[in-house]
Ligand binder design. Sequence first.
Ligand code: BTN
Length: 330
Amino acid sequence: MAIAPSDLDSALIAILADGEFHSGQQLGDQLGVSRAAIHNHVEKLATLGLDIFRVTGKGYRLAKPLQLLNSEAVKTNLRVENQHVLMHLQHVTGSTNDDLKRLLAEQSELSAGTCVLAEMQTSGRGRRGKAWHSPFGSNLYLSMYWPLYQGLNAAMGLSVAVGIALAEMLAAAGIEGVSVKWPNDVYIQRKKVAGILVELEGQATGEGQAIIGIGLNLSMPENQLAIDQPFTSINQHVPEALDRNWWASELINRCIGILQTHDQQGLQPLIALWRKYDHFYQQPVTLLLGQHEQQGIAQGIDEFGALLVQQEDGIKRYFGGEISVRNPTR
Ligand code: BTN
């Protein structure tokens, strides 16, 4: 369930983000509430996972300074042609995909590229019913709206395209060992750095609407015991401190760019790029299809985004977000 923090919580986080000490009295004066109220709100923020500590005589501070997302700063780095994109930024939410679905239900016309971003998700979700761990202020959690004028069939290609956009973005930042795992997970040196969850609205025939949810680890705290697979974050692979707002703009620019290419030309011009990053290309793979398994040698993707697998009786095409692909030897 989404926890909606009050404006006061948000204001408190904004003050504490500098990582300096702030006394309860000073915070109370700034925010127009009592010291006791500050104490209660700090406790509430701690339950959201914010690492706030208190030293008698000095006050409260965050264990580490936080760079909060800021819509104006994100806009500054958006390409001119993307500056009209509507951005809804919030501190804590359940899932940005759900927020975007709500927006879609409320407003009959959303413009392509409309985004919801959050500092933290309390019910972030991934593919195949998994949770997506979304601690406060460390990563990017973004959902983008994209209309599917050619109907829901275009969705598979679109989800593969966004995986390529992320891989290209990481490689352009000088990161080595970037790969994509079908259908759209992104890895750095064999550890997951980003995941994409595309959810669809609309009828099987006619126009559809895609909600493209992206979780990108910028600086995931190391102690995430609940994550059940090797993971990494961008900050472990670039020398400079990360500017979260820049990465958010870059992500939006690159997604919109590739989605427009996909609208105009489909996946065909992107197949070679997929091959460049393809984690499984020419590798033995095991496909988990519900209770069933299939073995074969991965042969890349086709122009619809299907996974091609060489099997005893020829090359087979596999579709669908519920398939899990493993490399049996690793
Ligand atoms: C996966 O790899 O399983 C996909 C993860 C997708 C996570 C993102 S974070 C933003 C958006 N909101 C969600 O609840 N999920 C997606």
